[in-house]
Each structure stands twice: as structure tokens, then as C-alpha cells.
Design a binder for this molecule. Structure first.
Ligand code: G3P
Ligand code: CA
Length: 280
């Protein structure tokens, strides 16, 4: 699919760090973002949600319990739904200690007590215009957040993150929601979009259905998984769509997908992909 992505000035293949360098550091935190920028990856993927008081922040889950100490800090709350918390409340939580407990071999003292990041803070850390590292912005559950597409684009404009037609896109939009991608295409057509699939694609007809949908709302497709899929990459290419599978963390997966000409890879391990493709 090299000729397909060349028209967007993308490097081939496109390498995207999933929630930052989330194998090495707690996902979506400052160290995860900084490690990714230093790794020289092409894009950093991030999940944008909105706090109860309307701030755009980076957080993957709809609930706080997996990644934070919310149950200890707010024992009186009867639910830990992300969108029911204000930014001030979210700033009281610890976004790093879970990682040290889950992965003692990768634990670091400085991960304890890490803070949540706003989208604005991440734009400043990544600094796309100066570093050349792009923002792969996923709209997470956009149906919960009316007009979040417009707010994200307004912030990008405010931070002067514009596209330059001579360069690779600085912003790539991702979503499982076709409606959200459609809206983004109306508001900022110059940034390409990736429709994510929520399951491994097992059958040809199912994949064709995904491609039909993708053609309507995006320039590429981001299939989940890697095993049943490679035979279908050619079918996407025949429609002029690029294919960035997620989450690809092992060399054998990269080898298989390279054989089938995947156009990009979404990974927790930027170093592994940079080494594989000799980008480091
Ligand atoms: O980049 C695609 C991937 O991030 C979508 O799944 O659950 O990790 O947001 P998820
Ligand atoms: Ca994501």
C-alpha cells in the first residue's frame, strides 16, 4: 500500500505509539508521552474524553478503577465513571502506581503519583510542529460527549496545529464511531481519519462490510488483531484505503503484517518497531 499512503506524505510504514510508550511507562502519562517523542515514532495515539466540568483530557477507560486509586481517594462515591469527575477531582488521583504493581520488572519510583494530562498539555509535550511527531487523536466514546469533535478542533487551532500540505499530517483522527469521523471530516477535512474495528475480522463478508463503512467516513481502517486479518489487507488497498492494525507488540506479528503490506502499526512498544524498520 506504499502508493496509497504516499499521497498523504506519510513515512512508510506509519508507526504509532499506543497511549504513548505504554509498555515501558504507565499509559497516557507524561513519561509515556515523553519516551514516545524521544523514540522518534511518527504518531502518538491518545484517547480523548471530557471531564464533568468540560475539560478535554487523555484517559482510556470509562471507569477510574483500573488505572487510579479513586476508590481510596473518594470512598464515598457510588460510582467511578470517568465523566462524573471534575478535572480538580481527577488531579487528586495517582495514575502510575497501578503500573508498578502490575509490572514489577518495569516499575520505577517516579511513576508513583503521576497526574492526568489534559489534551492541551499533551499537545505541548509532543509539540508536533517542532518535533515532527504527530497526534493520533482517538475520540473515545464520542456519543457521551456532545460536540467534542468541534472542541478538539478548536483547541488544535488555538495551539496552531495546522496541516501543511508539503508535510505528513500532524493530526490523524481515530474512532470506533463512524458518526464522529464523519463530523471530523466536515470540520477538518485536511487531517486523515482511521475507522477502528472492535473485533478480529473472521470472515470475508464481515471485512467487506467494514470496508464499505470505512469508504464513507475515513481514509484508512484500523483493524483489531493480526491473525485472521492479513489476507484482507489487499482488499482494503484495492479500494484505496490504508490499513493500520492494532496493537502490534511482537516481532512475529510485524513480520506477518509486513508480508501482507500493512501500511502502519499501532504499538505499545515504539522501540521494537523503530528497530524493526531501522528508524531508530
Ligand atoms: O489505536 C487503536 C486502539 O487504541 C483502539 O483501542 O481500546 O486501545 O482505545 P483502545
Ligand atoms: Ca485508543
Amino acid at each position: 500500500g506504499k502508493e496509497i499512503i504516499e499521497k498523504y506524505n506519510f513515512d512508510y510504514p506509519v508507526l504509532i505509539a499506543h497511549r504513548g510508550s505504554s509498555y515501558e511507562a504507565p499509559e497516557s502519562t507524561e513519561p509515556a508521552m515523553k519516551k514516545s517523542v524521544q523514540s522518534g515514532i511518527d504518531y502518538i495515539e491518545m484517547d480523548v474524553q471530557r471531564t464533568k466540568d468540560g475539560e478535554l483530557v487523555i484517559f482510556h477507560d470509562q471507569e477510574l478503577l483500573r488505572l487510579t486509586d479513586a476508590a481510596e481517594v473518594f470512598p464515598e462515591r457510588d460510582n467511578y465513571r470517568f465523566r462524573n469527575f471534575t478535572l480538580e477531582e481527577l488531579r487528586k488521583l495517582d495514575y502510575g502506581s497501578w503500573f508498578n504493581e502490575a509490572y514489577p520488572d518495569r516499575a520505577r519510583d517516579e511513576y508513583e503519583g503521576l497526574d492526568i494530562l489534559t489534551l492541551e498539555e499533551v499537545i505541548e509535550i509532543v509539540d508536533p510542529v517542532n518535533t515532527g511527531v504527530g497526534l493520533a487523536i482517538e475520540l473515545k466514546s464520542p456519543y457521551l460527549y456532545q460536540d467534542i469533535e468541534k472542541e478538539i478542533i478548536e483547541l488544535l487551532n488555538e495551539k496552531e496545529i495546522y496541516e501543511d500540505e508539503e508535510l505528513a499530517p500532524r493530526v490523524l483522527f481515530l474512532s470506533f464511531s463512524p458518526a464522529s469521523l464523519e463530523r471530523l471530516g466536515e470540520l477538518r477535512p485536511e487531517s486523515p481519519r482511521l475507522l477502528l474495528t472492535s473485533s478480529n475480522v473472521a470472515t470475508k463478508w464481515r471485512w467487506e462490510g467494514w470496508l464499505n463503512l470505512t469508504e464513507e467516513v475515513a481514509e484508512g481502517i484500523g483493524p483489531k488483531g493480526h491473525v485472521s486479518l492479513p489476507w484482507y489487507i489487499g482488499a482494503a488497498h484495492r479500494r484505496g484505503l490504508f490499513v493500520f492494525p492494532y496493537v502490534i507488540n511482537h516481532s512475529w506479528q510485524i513480520k506477518v503484517l509486513t508480508w501482507f503490506s500493512a501500511d502502519g502499526y499501532i504499538t505499545d512498544r515504539p522501540e521494537l518497531l523503530n528497530n524493526f524498520f531501522d528508524r531508530a
